[in-house]
Design a protein around this ligand. Structure first.
Ligand SMILES: [Zn+2]
Length: 182
């Protein structure tokens, strides 16, 4: 933990203008999200939005199905934790800080797009060429499994996971990948 230079200073989110305060301290090694040291930056909701816009193929999936799919906060929480993206071991931003309703309501505000060559997709490319999620996936579990499987595959491209391999328990316990038959 390192003290920030202007603790408690008031700030506004650069994207949605919600009022924020600079934290008292932060972890310098926190990734992929880190608290700001100065009164400048994004709120947790906009940080998550920017991440989703710039992360392939999650961005394509959201674009095809509509950002409302994010309102299943529990499955988003599980996907972010089970994929390791927001593992508290290395990320100081708590997945429970994210207000998914705000993420969706502010979805169309401008987002900084990273120029990384690893993201071939730009929001809007889908142009609604696929039917809405509700028609494609009458079974919500299928959509959740696909979302988790695609996130896991994105993080470990050498070990692709299919939705059939994902087990989602009814009691919101941890998501498991089924063991492959030997
Ligand atoms: Zn914001």
């Amino acid at each position: 933990m390192v003290e920030t230079t202007q603790p408690s200073a008031l700030a506004k989110c650069d994207r949605c203008a919600v009022q924020l305060r600079v934290a008292e301290s932060r972890r310098e090694d926190s990734r992929p999200f880190r608290k700001a040291a100065v009164p400048k930056g994004l709120c947790p909701d906009c940080v998550m939005t920017e991440f989703l816009y710039n992360t392939y193929p999650v961005n394509m999936i959201i674009d095809e199905r509509g950002p409302e799919m994010l309102l299943n906060a529990e499955s988003m929480r599980m996907a972010l934790l089970s994929s390791g993206v927001m593992d508290p071991a290395h990320c100081e931003m708590d997945v429970n800080e994210i207000n998914w309703r705000r993420v969706v309501d502010n979805w169309n505000l401008p987002v900084k797009l990273s120029k990384s060559g690893r993201n071939p997709y730009r929001m809007g490319d889908a142009k609604k060429r696929l039917p809405h999620a509700a028609e494609m996936f009458p079974d919500e579990d299928t959509a959740r499994k696909e979302c988790v499987a695609e996130l896991l595959t994105m993080l470990h491209p050498d070990d692709p996971v299919s939705a059939d391999e994902i087990d989602i328990p009814d009691d919101f316990g941890p998501i498991h990948r089924k063991r492959k038959p030997q």
